[in-house]
Design a protein around this ligand. Structure first.
Ligand code: H79
Length: 435
């Protein structure tokens, strides 16, 4: 099935698994990246965290290495979140990391390390800025000063904000080498599309970075997919849909029936920015199975790992990432460059994914009683079946009862039709080669 993506951006779909990193002043507070908004904090109340910002354990290589070893192919860092604090040396604001005790351009160090580990590199950039005086406050739905009487009659210069915001984006796309992804966040109410002067912004970005992959949040965030599914998308519709904490129930198609790329963004626990009280870490098994589900529906997973206030990934995150990496190093063939298995229904024991016309993968979550059925695949279509983890041959069953189901091949995961535990309790993968 045709995929709606420019060939220069195909790498994005093939990658399937990336790392998201939310890091900023809020990481040292530990109550999430929305803390200024959820606690209605003034800039002054937030200032001590700027004045003392010095993540002593920050090491860009720890982040990049952990991502690479977990089998992630790209990485995206919050260059600036809604609080307006820049992790890079922007010349358009003093509210930046080089003016804190830390004093270094963290974005530059991050990009260098990520490229060294052969990761595609991305930056997250907040369209919203709660620090800038010309961003709406009193009547805005999310601003920390919403409903604050001091701002009832605020006089803001929106054009000035747009110039500032565009300038900051231009710095990122001109001062830091080739970027692979720009992750804008987010649009809401009337704050969307041309309100951001989005066509001009996109023209500027693509002039400097013609192959950069863009999310769809200049236009939308959730309430619909945006014009990316239309016959004629806007210039700022983006390259993919960005569902947040939600896995679409089926592949997403545009009006012409082409598959539209999407990327689930979610976190390893329930927080984007570090929160020491949030101990609900997802297991490696859970994440791998959800990744397989996303791929079977043509999606990626962008998994957020929140560095703590000292700048490092904590032990819980590292353990999960390392376990994911162990599995990916054996089974990556069934992840990268995979997509929905065309014409095959979801089997009861797990998922099918497909790499090319000759190669299907069976991701087995629930082991069979006796032999395993491969529904939708007749034995006449199949040339070989192997375990991906060790390349061992899996025998096609010649059981006489199997003959009653001509559209299904049965394979012997265990000898003599025995029922046993799966060799891999996360996802036992078979490679099925077709004629
Ligand atoms: O960067 C992460 C979030 O901070 C940002 N996008 C991801 C990638 C984001 N998440 N949700 N939103 C933006 C939309 C706003 C949701 C809200 Fe709420 C629901 C605002 C108020 C209620 C979540 C819950 C944030 C504060 C409370």
């Amino acid at each position: 099935m045709k995929q709606k993506i420019h060939p220069n951006k195909q790498w994005f779909i093939d990658s399937r698994f990336g790392m998201f990193i939310h890091f900023g002043l809020y990481s040292s507070i530990g109550r999430g990246e929305w803390v200024r908004s959820s606690e209605l904090m003034t800039i002054e109340a937030y200032q001590p965290y700027f004045d003392s910002f010095n993540p002593r354990a920050f090491d860009a290589e720890q982040w990049a290495k952990a991502a690479s070893e977990a089998g992630m192919k790209y990485i995206i860092l919050t260059a600036k979140h809604h609080d307006g604090f820049c992790l890079y040396d922007s010349k358009y604001t003093d509210y930046k990391i080089t003016n804190t005790p830390f004093g270094r351009d963290l974005v530059a160090e991050y990009l260098e390390a990520a490229r060294k580990y052969n990761l595609k590199v991305g930056l997250y950039f907040s369209l919203i800025d709660w620090y800038h005086p010309d961003f709406p406050k009193y009547a805005d739905r999310h601003h920390p000063m919403r409903g604050n009487e001091a701002y009832r009659d605020e006089d803001i210069d929106w054009e000035n904000y747009l110039t500032f915001m565009h300038n900051q984006v231009e710095e990122l796309v001109t001062q830091y080498g080739e970027l692979d992804i720009m992750w804008f966040d987010f649009s809401y109410d009337d704050m969307s599309g041309e309100k951001w002067d989005a066509e001009k912004l996109m023209n500027m970005v693509s002039q400097h970075q013609p192959n950069i992959v863009i999310d769809n949040r200049l236009e939308t965030s959730g309430e619909g997919f945006g014009s990316i599914v239309d016959a004629e998308p806007t210039s700022y519709a983006g390259d993919y849909i960005s569902p947040e904490h939600i896995i679409p129930p089926y592949p997403i198609k545009d009006v012409n029936g082409n598959l539209v790329p999407w990327e689930l963004c979610t976190s390893i626990n329930n927080s984007w920015g570090y929160d020491p009280t949030d101990c609900s870490y997802k297991s490696a098994k859970f994440i791998i199975r959800k990744l397989v589900e996303c791929i079977s529906k043509n999606g990626n997973i962008l998994l957020n790992i929140p560095p703590d206030g000292t700048g490092k990934f904590n032990t819980q995150s590292l353990e999960v990432l390392s376990e994911i990496g162990d599995w990916m190093s054996l089974n990556g063939d069934a992840i990268y460059e995979n997509g929905p298995a065309i014409g095959l229904e979801k089997p009861e024991w797990g998922y099918y994914t497909q790499k090319d016309d000759q190669t299907i993968y069976a991701h087995i979550f629930d082991g069979p009683l006796g032999v395993l059925p491969l529904p939708g695949l007749a034995s006449s279509q199949i040339t070989s079946v192997k375990r991906v983890m060790d390349n061992s041959v899996v025998k096609i069953s010649d059981s006489w009862t199997a003959l009653a189901f001509p559209d299904t091949t049965f394979v012997e995961l265990h000898n003599n039709h025995a029922t046993e535990a799966l060799a891999d309790d996360i996802d036992m993968v078979l490679e099925i080669k077709l004629k």
